[in-house]
Ligand binder design. Structure first.
Ligand SMILES: [Zn+2]
Length: 137
């Protein structure tokens, strides 16, 4: 795994044209080829400012992959690297959670509701769930 980590940084200093040629040259479909192809494509897209264009079009950020196995990085750097991945994803999960709550509220506000008794509930009171939006009462 340490070798893989080093190998897959091979695109870091390549220019767009060189990256494109690398992408075109990967013709085999072994697992290593596929990983190298993705690495080259991601770097190529990065150079084309894919994040900036996607953000402007309303898309979420795309997070790079990280290795589950330990790397050849010094321990403190490896932990910092993993922590950076963690916080980027955590921030996105929180934003996604807020988005889901906002959308649910907006959808339930305009729904015409088609209530259905929830038979799974064994409590004292009857509960109903909307078949259209999932609202519970
Ligand atoms: Zn509803």
């Amino acid at each position: 795994m340490i070798i893989l980590f080093k190998d897959f940084n091979f695109t870091k200093y390549m220019m767009a044209e060189e990256l494109w040629n690398t992408i075109l040259s990967i013709r085999h479909k072994t697992p290593i080829d596929v990983i190298q192809l993705e690495t080259a494509m991601m770097e190529y897209l990065k150079q084309l400012e894919t994040e900036k264009h996607h953000k402007a079009a309303g898309y979420s950020a795309q997070h790079p992959r990280f290795l589950y196995a330990s790397t050849s990085l010094p321990p403190k750097k490896e932990l910092k690297h993993l922590t950076t991945h963690y916080w980027a994803r955590y921030k996105q999960v929180q934003r996604l959670d807020r988005l889901i709550k906002e959308r649910r509220e907006a959808i339930q506000k305009v729904c015409t509701h088609d209530w259905e008794k929830d038979w799974s509930d064994r409590g004292h009171r009857s509960h109903y769930e909307c078949k259209l939006c999932g609202k519970y009462r």
